[in-house]
Design a binder for this molecule. Sequence first.
Ligand code: UDP
Ligand code: MG
Length: 201
Amino acid sequence: MNHRSKEKTLVLIKPDGVQRALIGEIIRRYERTGLKLVGLKFVIPTVEMVEKHYLIDDGWLESVGKKTKASYEKKGQKAPFDDPVEGGKWVLEKLKKFLSAGPVVAMVWQGNEAVGIVRKITGGTEPLSSDVGTIRGDLTLDSYPLADTDNRAVRNLIHASGNSEEAEKEIKIWFKENEIIKYRLVQETILYDVNLDSIKE
Ligand code: UDP
Ligand code: MG
């Protein structure tokens, strides 16, 4: 089994993050946690790539539909669909248009609990209710009702893998094996070394 410090996750800065000139700010927030950047590219995704990316996880269509329904119900409103899978398909169509609209930054971050650390810093899906201090909570303002009224995807700056199995599959869509860089960072000593016997002169 891989050491825990080797967990990887995929992050995409979506077209709104690039257009809002937030690439540097977003990378800074992940970088300062101690996670290591092991893959980085700038691409305009095709519709096929976006579809493959979201359909890689069997349960995603249903889970995204359920989550959206729950968010409407919490506000005492009815979602614009009944069946969660149908809702998921509707969201996917909008995401294909959104993510292929312009360049995105694709990144792979590695480190202890990389998936969970990145999700925590990224914040919840809907910027209106994402926590303060998170990327989605601090740097943008979209909501489900606004996006749904205009029949478009929620613009929330980031995609981040939901769990490590999903991450492994997603990374393969965006990166070839030789595009994931294996290297050491000086700070890994203080983050992970057991004995710390190389600090004192
Ligand atoms: N999304 C949307 N409408 C919805 C639910 C989701 O436009 O009702 C978009 C949103 O951009 C989100 C993406 O679909 O980031 C993927 O949804 P998921 O539930 O996987 O959220 P995430 O993991 O990105 O927080
Ligand atoms: Mg997701």
